[in-house]
Design a binder for this molecule. Structure first.
Ligand SMILES: Nc1nc2c(ncn2[C@@H]2O[C@H](COP(=O)(O)OP(=O)(O)OP(=O)(O)O)[C@@H](O)[C@H]2O)c(=O)[nH]1
Ligand SMILES: [Zn+2]
Length: 293
């Protein structure tokens, strides 16, 4: 029997299969191999001593350590127009890590009733990142989010106070009922919201990830300087067209990326974020790079 892990608590895992949610433990072999199953993992279950055990974990498309989850398709980067003030650098760092891990970032702008969304919209207009403006008065943007969720495993991340819970509740008014239903099945009295929990909704899956509230780019991933240009997908058409191979796109003559920027084909804030990220990693030596990210 196969399924995917919806939640893991205290060494137990809850696996959604075609026959419902099954509580199980991983086989001892995983501990020996130092592999920890995480929410989102696709697993094969077998019966051992009358109980279900995780016998195999399918190869992961990607994995995050904090919050622990695997096989993410879409990361919604939630930013508010104000309160808190948005930072394109933070958004660009997180989106770069997402792209580097093969996750589609989608920028979601909240609190459009409190301040203009124009600053954020124009920052992403020349990027390839989808930009969704939410307006609860008209319902604008909510269908776009539902479309992105359809058929995919998604998570929401953003600073405290940007409006993630508000958005989730607007999308899924019965979220509390679902949470209750799932925790009842979990039994054992372990009712906690600290763990990643995956819900099914809108033809896809949403990971409720408390940890993504404080997702810190520096902990979530490390992109070496050679990889950085690929984490800004809109640079793609210009890569390889620079005069010098190995061009860092900062000050070299004949740089096609800078030419595109000068022609207004690229966003200045995105380019500035690229340069800031490049500066942060340019002197990090091979042996100093964080492992396992
Ligand atoms: N005016 C306005 N207020 C909003 C909007 N979205 C959220 N808020 C308010 O902003 C505050 C924070 O919203 P939350 O949904 O709790 O934010 P969060 O991102 O879940 O915050 P954490 O739980 O701390 O991570 C609440 O008082 C919300 O009512 C919006 O679109 N417009
Ligand atoms: Zn260049």
């Amino acid at each position: 029997m196969t399924g995917y892990i919806t939640k893991g608590i205290g060494g137990f895992y809850y696996v959604k299969t075609s026959e419902g949610v099954v509580e199980c433990k991983p086989r001892g072999i995983f501990r020996k191999q130092k592999i920890t199953p995480v929410a989102g993992d696709v697993v094969t279950l077998e019966t051992e001593n009358g109980g279900a055990v995780i016998a195999a974990i399918a190869p992961r498309r990607n994995v995050f350590v904090r919050p622990p989850m695997a096989n993410l398709d879409v990361l919604f980067l939630v930013a508010s127009t104000t309160q808190p003030t948005p930072s394109t650098l933070v958004l660009d760092k997180l989106s770069a890590i997402a792209v580097d891990k093969g996750v589609q970032p989608v920028i979601v702008c909240t609190k459009s009733d409190l301040a203009e969304a124009e600053f954020l919209r124009s920052a992403y207009e020349k990027s390839t990142l989808p930009f969704i403006r939410i307006d609860y008065a008209t319902g604008e943007g909510l269908d776009d989010i539902r479309h992105w969720i359809n058929g995919r495993l998604c998570a929401f991340c953003g600073n405290s106070g940007v409006g993630k819970s508000t958005l989730l509740n607007a999308l899924l008014p019965d979220v509390e009922r679902q949470t209750a239903a799932i925790s009842q099945k979990l039994g054992r009295g372990r009712h906690t919201t600290r763990e990643v929990t995956i819900f099914e909704a809108f033809g896809g899956r949403i990971a409720d990830t408390p940890g993504f509230a404080s997702l810190e780019a520096s902990r979530a991933g490390f992109i070496p300087k050679e990889g950085l240009e690929h984490a800004f997908p809109e640079f793609g058409p210009y890569l390889g067209a620079c005069r010098f191979t190995g061009c860092s796109h900062r000050s070299e003559k004949g740089c096609a990326v800078r030419a595109a920027l000068a022609e207004g084909k690229l966003s200045q804030t995105r380019y500035d974020s690229y340069c800031a990220m490049y500066d942060e990693v340019k002197d990090v030596k091979e042996w100093q790079r964080p492992k396992g990210m």
